[in-house]
Ligand binder design. Structure first.
Ligand SMILES: C[S@@+](CC[C@H](N)C(=O)[O-])C[C@H]1O[C@@H](n2cnc3c(N)ncnc32)[C@H](O)[C@@H]1O
Length: 331
């Protein structure tokens, strides 16, 4: 009996993010992933947004999500274990965080949103945006072609352009950034669930290229804590996503971005945002109970770490103040 209780507790602990456990919950279960390449993750994200749109208390409406995700999206999320992205919870929460950040940036005068690795995101169709806002989506050419076909006949709320490009093609990326910057005054760059799939030098190189463009004022980037890397491996997520592995796992996330020249202006964590939105992470009841006890027993630092497991960061360039205004005047 005692042994059984021990085994049960070990299993629960291993299902808790931010906690080093011993028994991977998926050990022994060999499920084939429907994700065959990184671009398939775009279908996964859109399918989770479609699912949320049908939720009784949906946190947003994305009426075109089901159309772009199609059967492929449904199949992909149908084959993922329930714990994957906590059943899409992290996709839902990050959507709300990014929607808010975009609203703030537009209020602060951003005239261009450059969405790198835009996948099947449909924000230009569903957000209240100024008609004159320029919105540029970039992804692999085959993703862009498919999206164009699926959204033919739909009307975006702002000036929308799409460009097919491999973001790791440095020459093509630099040309694109120069072109965009030449006709914009204040740019927000969004990389939503994209940097995790790029190797560390590729993220550093992208960050440096963005910094080189004075008119890029904001960069929105995923945050993952080191304990989340560990959880992905332990929970079997890495195995399920073996064809689209996370390659970006800096030991010191904020130190990495600081070295590349980016300063966080605001960080929002999924757990805190989920609480605010009355949509906490949907862990099974026994896991929630264990987590509650662990939270009560944890030190304040550890409690903070548990809350700050993953999120989204609005970065600003660490440039001398006034650089942007000087560049504007010299145009
Ligand atoms: C998880 S999806 C996110 C899509 C979208 N941002 C969203 O949140 O719905 C990752 C996206 O990054 C794109 N991507 C990854 N590496 C890329 C690269 N080297 N060049 C262009 N796109 C890339 C994939 O094609 C995919 O659309």
């Amino acid at each position: 009996m005692k042994d059984r209780i021990h085994r049960l507790l070990a299993k629960m602990r291993s299902s808790i993010p931010g906690r080093a456990g011993t028994t991977p919950p998926s050990a022994g279960r060999q499920q084939e992933s429907e994700i065959r390449q990184v671009s398939d993750t775009a279908f996964m994200a859109a399918a989770y947004r479609a699912l949320e749109t049908r939720h009784r208390h949906a946190l947003f409406q994305d009426p075109l999500a089901a159309k772009v995700a199609g059967e492929q999206g449904e199949r992909i999320i149908g084959h993922l274990p329930r714990r994957a992205f906590l059943g899409g919870w992290s996709v839902v929460i990050r959507t709300r965080i990014i929607d808010d950040f975009i609203g703030l940036a537009v209020d602060e005068g951003v005239d261009t949103v450059l969405n790198l690795g835009a996948g099947l995101d449909t924000r230009p169709y569903r957000l209240e945006l100024p008609a004159e806002l320029r919105w540029i989506e970039v992804d692999y050419p085959h993703v862009v072609d498919l999206k164009e076909a699926r959204l033919a006949g739909e009307t975006a709320r702002c000036r929308l352009e799409r460009i097919g490009l491999d973001l790791t093609d440095t020459g093509a990326r630099r040309t694109l950034l120069k072109d965009v910057a030449a006709s914009s005054k204040k740019i927000l760059v969004l990389t939503e669930a994209v940097t995790p799939y790029l190797a560390q030098p590729a993220v550093a190189s992208l960050g440096a290229d963005l910094l080189a463009q004075t008119f890029v004022q904001y960069w929105l980037v995923d945050y993952f804590s080191p304990s989340s890397y560990e959880y992905r491996r332990r929970s079997g997520m890495s195995r399920m996503m073996k064809n689209a592995p996370f390659l970006f796992e800096p030991a010191d996330y904020f130190g990495f971005f600081s070295k590349v020249g980016w300063t966080p202006r605001e960080t929002r964590y999924f757990a805190e945002e989920g609480e605010k939105l009355r949509r906490p992470a949907p862990f099974p009841l026994p896991v929630r109970l264990v987590m509650r006890v662990m939270t009560m027993l944890a030190s304040p630092t550890r409690r903070e770490q548990m809350k700050q497991y993953a999120g989204f960061v609005l970065f600003e360039p660490a440039r001398p103040p006034g650089d942007h205004l000087k560049a504007l005047k010299s145009r």
